[in-house]
Design a protein around this ligand. Structure first.
Ligand SMILES: Cc1ncc(C[n+]2csc(CCOP(=O)(O)OP(=O)(O)O)c2C)c(N)n1
Ligand SMILES: [Mg+2]
Length: 312
């Protein structure tokens, strides 16, 4: 959580003061969902995420140079600097797709789970998406197929209560997104998305179900988006008291306090984790800034498995 926050914060700082150019959709406030999720996955389990995926990518273990490098369009980025924030793929860490098309990751994750089943693997496919994404056709089509074919998918809705500039309650006539699973007879639950342990417990049960042939699970993790839709969004539509109340439940200081209170980590150990995160981000950013932009020849690389076989 601390590392994801450090990446997010350093990118905002750099963009804000004109140190470099990039477009990001900050995940600040949603770190507990990603941390709880990835801690319950195996390295070879697949993850599909969205443009708001910095926390998901960092938690799944994608090297910081690959995350930051891609966001800054550099050749050392995960997609060799050709995709940017919306197109980060990291097969070695199981990140099969980052998409900017709302809801589009859902059927892709279902396909990944179908592949695992056909290959006789016990891998699961996890997919994260927003509350708004659950209004799309692709979400419902994916949920339906995953349930019908009992595929090992963990659907994780990061409900941050807003979709761009529209509050969730204005776009759906249900109180809880988790109820959408009922149409597909899918097990699932609604958890506090600001509590990494609650998320972890729910995901671990879902992963176990998927691995042992029990089919898909839907988890709604309720959280909040602190920084607006994109970095620079003035958030004039957001009531100040709503943001202030959400910040009271900021998952990072809250969990820090819990660890301290339970005597699991000391103040010095927590500070060391924070300092280490900052140092790792600074080192990765320095490497990224020194790296070249992609060569023109990169344009033709990695699109097809065999360029020779593609008719020109
Ligand atoms: C299919 C599609 N429709 C519309 C958009 C424009 N759009 C980008 S983000 C967004 C809101 C999505 O909200 P949500 O799913 O709650 O995710 P969040 O941004 O809150 O993480 C919309 C409508 C898009 N990218 N793709
Ligand atoms: Mg949302």
């Amino acid at each position: 959580m601390t590392l994801a926050q450090a990446v997010d914060a350093r990118l905002r700082k750099g963009i804000g003061r004109g140190e470099f150019f990039a477009v990001i959709w900050p995940a600040r406030g949603q770190e507990a969902v990603a941390a709880g999720l990835s801690a319950a996955l195996r390295p070879d389990d697949r993850l599909v995420t969205t443009y708001r995926g910095i926390h998901d990518l960092v938690s799944k273990g994608v090297p910081l140079t690959e995350v930051i490098g891609e966001i800054l369009g550099k050749s050392i980025g995960a997609s060799r600097g050709k995709g940017g924030t919306m197109h980060i793929t990291a097969p070695d860490q199981g990140v099969a797709l980052t998409t900017g098309i709302v809801g589009a990751g859902v059927p892709v994750a279902v396909g990944l789970a179908l592949a695992a089943k056909q290959q006789g693997s016990d891998r699961v496919a996890a997919v994260t998406f927003g509350d708004g994404a659950t209004n799309t056709g692709s979400f419902h089509e994916g949920m339906n197929l995953a349930s019908t074919w009992q595929l090992p998918v963990v659907f994780v809705c990061q409900n941050n209560l807003w979709a761009e500039m529209t509050p969730t309650h204005e776009t759906m006539n249900i109180e809880q997104v988790v109820d959408r699973r009922l149409a597909y007879a899918m097990p699932g639950e609604r958890v506090d998305g600001n509590d990494p342990e609650a998320v972890h417990t729910a995901v671990a049960a879902a992963v176990d179900r998927g691995r042992t042939g029990g089919g898909p699970t839907f988890i709604e993790a309720v959280t909040f988006r602190f920084e607006g839709h994109y970095f620079g969004d003035p958030q004039q539509y957001l009531p100040a008291d709503e943001l202030a109340a959400a910040k009271e439940a900021d998952p990072i200081p809250r969990y820090r306090q819990r660890l301290l209170g339970a005597g699991l980590l000391s103040e010095a150990e927590l500070t060391a984790i924070e300092d280490d995160a900052t140092a790792r981000v600074d080192a990765a950013l320095a490497e990224v800034l020194a790296a070249p932009a992609p060569e023109l020849a990169e344009l033709e690389q990695d699109f097809f498995a065999d360029m020779e076989g593609i008719p020109s």
